[in-house]
Structures are given as C-alpha cells and as structure tokens.
Design a protein. Structure first.
Lengths: 351, 351
DNA sequence: TTGAAAGCGCTAACAG
DNA sequence: CTGTTAGCGCTTTCAA
C-alpha cells in the first residue's frame, strides 16, 4: 500500500511493473486509435492497476506530444464585472466537467493589452478561445481564424469577419424598453451611452432610435468617453441633465452608467421616476434593492454561457466544421418602479 | 522577411541557422545557470536573431523539462462574488506582468469540489496556489505544504496548520462596528451570520461578542445554514425579526446576508434605521446607492491582492523559505446612513 | 495483439 | 566559452 504511493508513476513504471509496453497502456487509456486492439485480460490488468495506484497521465507531456493543452482561453472586458464573472463562472464549471481548464483575463477593452494576452495564451498552446473582443483586435481575430483555431465571440463581434458569434438582442431589447417608456407617457427620452462603435453598443443605440422614430419623438443621445472615473462621469451626467430640463426619462446603455447616472439624478434633487424615469441595459442583483427599484433589460447569463461553451467544444472536437454561425438570444425587460407610468409616479418613497 | 515567418522556429532551427548549439541559445535566453558564459558577439547574434523572428520558447516543452508551469492556481468561494472577483482581477494582472498565468476556480465552499479542483490543478503542474479554503480541506492543504508547494491562504485559514496567511482583521472590524452601534444608542443588537466555523466567520462573531460584553448588553446571534436560496433566507430572517421585536440594530456578517436581510426588513415594513439600524461586513459598490445608504466594514481588496501575490512570488522564487507567516490587514468602517444615531433617525426618506 | 523506437522542444550535467 | 548527450512523459508510426 505504502509502496504504491511512494513515487509518481510514469507510464513506463507501470509498463515495467505489469510486463507490458508503454504503448499498450497508452492504447488502453486512450481507447486506441483505430478499433480496440488490446486483449481483454491485458486491458483489465492495466485498468485495474491504473485505478489502484491512481495513475494520472502527465498532461504537460501529453500536451507537448499532441499539441493540445485542453485549456481554453477566455477574454472578457473585466472579470470583476458581474455580467462577465457570472458567465465566466458558469463556463468554467462546464469546462471543468469536460476536462478543460480555463485561462481567464480582463482585456479592459484595450487593444494592446488584448494582443499581449492573446500572445501569452498562444504561447501556452491554448486550444480555443471565448472572447468578448475589444475594438481594434480584428487582425488578431482573423489570424486565429486563419490558423483554424477554435474561437467563439460573444457580447460583441466584428461584422466584417466570418466567425462564431453568440450575442443578445441588443436592438430588440432597447427597442422594447424604449416603447415601454413611450407607452408609459414619457416624451423626452434621452439615451445615455458610451462613445463606442462596438456592435453591442450600436445595437442598443439603434433600438432606441428606431422606437423613438416610430413614435415621432425627438431623439436625444448623450455619449460619454470610455474610461472616465466615476466622479467625472457623474459630473458630466449632472451637467447634461441640467442643460436639458425637459428630459423626463433616461435609458442607460450599461449597468455601470445606470449606477452612476442614478447617483447624478439623486444628487440633482430629481425624483425617480417622478421627475425622471430610468431604465438600464443589463440587470444587476442590486437593482431590486434600490429605491425605487430599477427597471432593466436582463441578459440570459446561463444561456449565453451554455451556447458559448457548447459551440466551442463542438468546434474543438471537430464535430462542427462550419466557418461561421450567429446566435442571437432574447433579453427580458424586468419592469420595476423606476419606469412607472408617468401619471402614477410622485408617490412617497421615491427618491 | 516572409521566409522568417513561414514556420514556427524551434531552438534547434535557430541553432542550425546561426551555427551555434541549442544549449548556447538556451543559456543566452535564460541568463545562464551560473555566471554568464557566452561571449558577447555570440550572445548578441543570438539575441538579435531571436528578436528578429520573434522567437518565443515553447512553454509546454519548458514545463515538461523543468517541472515548472508558471501557472498559479487560484481557488475562491465564488468567482462571481465581487469580493473574490475583485481580488482575482488584481492578482491576475500582477501575475501576468510577472509572466504567470492563472487558473481560477470556484470551490462553492464545497470540500469535494475543491479536492477535485486541486487534483486537476496538480495534474497540470500548477506551481503555486492562492486559496480561500473551504471547510474540510485540511488534509489536502497539509499535503501541499508537505510536498513543499508554494501556497498562500487568504480570507480564512486553518489554525492548526502552519501556512502563509493573509487575512483581514475580522475581529477588530466587527468589534469597532458594534461599538459604533452602541455609541449611537442602539441596545438590542443582533448578529446575523452563517452556521460556519471558518475563521473569518468566527472572528467576526467574536468581535461582536466582545463589544457586546464590554457594554454589558445582551448578545443575540442568529445563524443561518449555508447554501439556502435567497427567498428562504429572507423568510427566515423575516420570521426571526418578527419573533424579536425588541431588536433595534442588526449586523450582517456578510454582504450577501445584508442584501437579503435588508429586503426582509423592508418587506416587514420596518424602516431603516428608524426601526432597525443595519450594518454589513464586506462593502459593496451598490451600498451607497441604497436608501438609506448602508454602513459597511470595507475590506482592502488591493492590499489583500498585493500581499497574496507578492508572498506567493517570493515563495515561488525561493527568496522566502519560511514555513509560515500571518498578515492581518486593517478594515475600514464606512459609516453611512443605515446606522445613524438613534435619536437622529426617523427623518423622511428612509425606507 | 503487442512492442520498439522515434521524437514533441526544451534544459542541464558534463565534457571538451 | 561552447557543444554533446541524455532525458522530462507521453503518443504513434511501423514492424513483429
């Protein structure tokens, strides 16, 4: 018993111990390349021994030999963002069950940083990638595709590049949400977003514009530069609102903008939804705790994760040899009190 | 130019091209084992060529040969918890700068799952670990230590095991927070926590008990089982509060408990802090957005992360050969409105 | 049905 | 100062 544990067994140690060759063991363990060729007694002897000593092949050696690492690289904008960490968590678990490990990194939506991260991951022979790409990374993405490396893009993508895409219905989500504002009698609806031409952001903007146009209202869009600190963002929004006193509703294109924007609204002594109604894209577990609770377009984390990992696994296993695919998942409007019908608001308790 | 890119160079390709041996190249690239032994011209020739073709050594081969992977394993309770994802993010960035990649996994505070994850990581020759250990994992932790593998425990630890520990002052944080309640005239302060004997939780509990004892108040502790769903937790807290109408303040031992508990308090039509004051351990970016804003004990994420990674790197590099160390970091009480002085509360706007 | 041998790309004794 | 040699542990032709 103790003897069994004294050292780490290699496949050759086992071969010696059992009077078979390493080749045979490898065959047994990997199911054989073409049709099983190992006799039942030998097979059983090997399997039993392997089981008994708890032998696990050295994955590094395996990687070196096969060129496959069974590691997937995941690149998201920010792993501390609940949207991304929620997805990463689900994917990591599923991947683990399938025998894959994951490198998870934050791109911070920065091109240079992402190039660097991709380089590091390629150096380590990562088998496939799940990525929410930052702007400017088209070349690298195209390279991965040309090199025939499994790749799934999610959350946003590059329209000019044939790839596998999992996204949510940004357009439809904001379109319906804006209609919700409109049907609740709001007329001066502003869309506050980031200066970004990434697909998820333009999709949301287009949804807003479409709904506003159909209702023959006047569109008003405020774009904030990327990467401002919280205090500056708040100031900008406060200023913007003070210059546009007619605004009676605001749609924030991201969770983060909503948080900062709501702060700005409160600190301007405006009451939600009485003075200004509010909605956000991307729900947050704390939104139901705000006063008033915040209406938001919720994204299906579980579904996004499932689609990403299963697509990647299919690509990796060679089951799926397609060059492109495009999955668009539905979002859900979580109607809460920050977008209450205009005539109903003004009740106590909304600050 | 094109020729340079046509194939992936191995160290032997370069050797042939440059009429030197692979060994020499290896020496140049790795700085030599003992004192530089390569002549300047050769050295320069190699470095220039390597630079020109963008040669990067195959890290998998390197790992197989050296037994080092330059991968660190990080195990936390839940990567979608902002406390852990915040720390993971900082550590991942720092690690990347130092040439390390990271496997990040959620233990879900489950012993079996953690054993499995550790096994997977060991199979992949992870060099060192940063872990917030779940209960019941003492044996595996001791094994890592016995095998002389770099390991840093954070957030909680095992008192019986000599290890490197980074934690925050759970005791002092709650002690001071409870005193804050007391000095604000609260007399019937309950501590709502989880059924857990992990150090971070007992530390917090002890801080509460100590402060209560010193003030000659009556302690009241409510422990909830681990892993209840949100609705059930809320019901339990609602029930508990209704059976204890004298309670005028509650300290929640975790962020998550606070969120659910505040919901329970509101839905019981109690006003914070007028009927019941509230504090939480572990701050959250959304707490300043609640109405009233929530007083919380904030943990120093940046500091925890820095200490974890630098300790691990020192262990890994052999600079630090100590068997144990124990760093306790200060926490900060973020005083907000949910714990306002008793006589001051009851103002409009607190719901 | 099984085994011998080669080699993935790198490092590190040990010679020269 | 530089090169030869021998593996790290595994997979996979190819031959027996």
């Amino acid at each position: 018993m103790i003897a069994l544990l004294r050292k780490k067994y290699s496949i050759h140690d086992i071969a010696k111990e059992l009077n078979v060759s390493a080749t045979t063991i490898s065959f047994v363990l990997n199911g054989g390349t073409q049709g099983k060729k190992v006799s039942e007694p030998v097979r059983k002897k090997i399997l039993d021994f392997v089981e008994a000593i708890g032998y696990k092949p050295n994955l590094v050696a395996q990687s070196l030999r096969t060129g496959k690492s069974r590691i997937i690289g995941m690149l998201v904008e920010d792993i501390s963002d609940p949207f991304f960490s929620g997805i990463a968590r689900i994917i990591e678990m599923k991947a683990a069950k399938l025998g894959y490990k994951m490198f998870l990194s934050s791109t911070e939506n920065d091109t240079g940083q992402t190039q660097h991260l991709l380089r590091l991951m390629r150096d380590r022979q990562v088998d496939g990638y799940i990525m929410a790409p930052p702007p400017g990374i088209e070349k690298e993405v195209q390279e991965l595709i040309n090199d025939n490396i499994a790749l799934v893009l999610f959350d946003r993508y590059f329209p000019g590049i044939d790839s596998h895409i999992i996204e949510v219905d940004n357009f439809g989500g904001v379109y319906k949400a804006t209609q919700h504002f409109i049907s609740n009698s709001y007329k001066h609806i502003v869309f506050i977003t980031l200066e970004s031409s990434q697909t998820q952001m333009t999709g949301r903007l287009n949804g807003y514009n479409q709904a506003i146009a159909e209702a023959a209202l006047t569109p008003l869009v405020f774009k904030m530069p990327y990467g401002l600190d919280e205090a500056t963002m708040e100031d900008r929004i406060t200023d913007f609102l003070s210059w546009h006193p007619a605004i009676d509703a605001v749609f924030f294109a991201t969770n983060y903008l909503a948080k900062v924007g709501i702060k700005a609204i409160r600190d301007s002594n405006l009451t939600i939804p009485y003075d200004i109604a509010v909605m956000s894209f991307d729900d947050n577990v704390h939104f139901p705790m705000y006063s008033p609770t915040v209406t938001a377009v919720a994204q299906p984390l579980q579904d996004i994760s499932d689609k990403c990992i299963s697509k990647l696994i299919n690509l990796l296993s060679g089951k799926d040899t397609s060059k492109k695919s495009h999955t668009v998942l539905d979002v859900t409007l979580m109607i809460r009190d920050s977008s209450l019908r205009k005539s109903v608001s003004g009740l106590p308790g909304f600050i």
